[in-house]
Design a protein around this ligand. Structure first.
Ligand code: CU
Length: 279
């Protein structure tokens, strides 16, 4: 009787042992840092490494691709216009999550004509986890908009006159438009935006933009944000911006600055995609 009992017990013990080893638990996600190739059942212990951040900037004009100089676009005000230059500054680029935001860039300088500025790689990594989107400032906020923020060219070429408050242009968007009144003669437009504080005028012209999209960083080597600027939107919504309403420049035209600011806050920037890269 005793022998039978022992036999039953050892069979039981053996089967438990076999069962445990055949259903070994552990992390079953190959992208995790603690992936266990022999694990059959995931026990929720997977851990992931931090991911680098890449921001790419894409420029469109309505439905069209941006082509410099040789292409004319139609503005909502009825002008044909070309684009010769588009340079701008974004700052305090921050990836958002419910457990804490991570600033990945303090400043980004973009020249749409310079390929090197269209892909920006951060030195900061974001921890694995769930995220809700990305926030950045168009231009430089009041405390950041100081002379020492940029120290070398081409960024320093964005300098804003001291008499108008100093700091930097937030954007230079320039080209030519047809003059509806004088017919075929092309006129230059200089859409320059920056914060104004001087010559009897004051207006803060930087603003924060949040682009929401839920994503999870888990096992990606890089998380890549594809941000698009729709240049047409600077001139369209909610204000129909008319190049011919201003003289050569807009820097001292408060109404122009306000129209551009309101349009910029509306729909100029779009988050096209958040892509996870394994490389
Ligand atoms: Cu200017």
């Amino acid at each position: 009787m005793k022998t039978i009992k022992i036999t039953i017990l050892s069979i039981l013990a053996l089967s438990i042992l076999i069962c445990t080893s055949c259903k070994r638990k552990g992390c079953t996600n190959e992208l995790a840092t603690n992936y266990e190739s022999k694990a059959k059942k995931d026990d929720g212990t997977c851990e992931y490494s931090d991911a680098g951040v890449i921001v790419t900037l894409d420029h469109k004009v309505g439905a069209d691709d941006l082509v410099f100089t040789n292409k004319f676009y139609y503005s909502a005000a009825g002008h044909e216009y070309s684009i010769e230059t588009i340079k701008y500054v974004l700052s305090r680029v921050t990836v958002n999550s419910s457990v804490g935001d991570v600033e990945v860039f303090r400043n980004i300088y973009v020249d749409a004509e310079d390929e090197n500025t269209l892909t920006q790689t951060s030195t900061v990594e974001v921890p694995a986890g769930d995220y809700t989107g990305i926030t950045f400032t168009f231009g430089l906020n009041e405390s950041d908009n100081i002379a020492s923020v940029f120290t070398s060219s081409p960024e320093t070429n964005m300098v804003w006159p001291d008499a108008m408050g100093g700091g930097y242009h937030f954007m230079k968007l320039e080209g030519f438009y047809d003059s509806l009144n004088t017919n075929s003669t092309l006129q230059a437009y200089n859409t320059h935006i920056g914060s104004i504080d001087g010559m009897g005028m004051a207006q803060e012209n930087s603003w924060e933009i949040t682009l929401n999209e839920s994503f999870t960083v888990a096992g990606a080597h890089h998380v890549e944000f594809h941000i698009e600027m729709d240049i047409q939107e600077w001139f369209e919504t909610p204000n129909t911006y008319d190049f011919s309403s201003w003289n050569n420049g807009t820097m001292m035209e408060m109404v122009a600055q306000t129209q551009l600011k309101e349009n910029g806050q509306a729909g100029v920037f779009i988050l096209e995609e958040v892509a996870m890269r394994q490389d």
